[in-house]
Design a binder for this molecule. Structure first.
Ligand code: SF4
Length: 207
């Protein structure tokens, strides 16, 4: 069980999976910058947040529901949670773009389900990711494999943020879409040799 002071944000899991350095820059060093991708994601979430909770037929749609878990040391919000009259609880997370080849969105949704299970003392079998670009839901099953992966990512993210050390930058293709690129400077900070090359280029006027 975690003390409330040691809770990490649900969003940190997504940041960790994208890049541990990005996670540390945001959640340890409190750095933030927005690019087109984060702005689009923010607008999509704001739209989901701005609508009121409502009934749609037999289903109660609750938006921006605060979540937490003492067992996993998490806090945050669910974009949408659907409650039906039979007691089924179904979290829905809004994402910009389209389904990804990795499982990072599924891990974030599963972490929300773990919070809801603890808060409501029930079992949640599945939820959905809604992708803005495709304008459709993808159902996600919270099976043993996804639950184990999610618990592993939660533990690793806690460890990173508890240690409080920002990992060194390693340039990769994903850096080109990272909103913290200009703060991180992955090509100039990746290591001594790259720094040397970067400085040499600066002196030659090539950077
Ligand atoms: S620019 Fe690259 S290394 Fe730096 S935080 Fe972003 S993804 Fe990580």
């Amino acid at each position: 069980m975690y003390d409330e002071a040691d809770y990490i944000m649900l969003s940190a899991l997504q940041h960790y999976q994208f890049c541990p350095r990005q996670c540390a820059l945001i959640h340890i060093e409190q750095q933030w910058a927005e690019n087109r991708f984060t702005a689009e994601g923010r607008v999509l979430h704001e739209r989901a947040d701005s609508s009121k909770s409502e009934w749609q037929g037999d289903v109660r749609i609750v938006r921006s529901l605060p979540l937490c878990s003492r067992e996993h040391g998490l806090s945050g919000k669910a974009d949408v949670v659907e409650f039906d009259r039979d007691g089924r609880v179904y979290p829905v997370e809004y994402k910009r773009g389209k389904p990804k080849s990795d499982r990072c969105d599924e891990v974030q949704l599963c972490a929300q389900a773990l919070c809801l299970e603890e808060m409501l003392a029930l079992r949640i079998d599945c939820g959905a990711l809604y992708y803005g670009q495709k304008r459709r839901r993808k159902e996600v099953l919270f099976d043993a494999e996804l639950r184990a992966l999610t618990v592993e990512i939660i533990a690793k993210t806690h460890e990173l943020l508890r240690d409080g050390v920002t990992p060194k930058a390693t340039y990769a293709k994903k850096c080109d879409s990272c909103s913290l690129y200009s703060i991180c400077l992955p090509k100039s900070c990746a290591g001594g040799r790259q720094v040397g090359r970067y400085l040499a280029n600066v002196l030659k006027g090539e950077s």
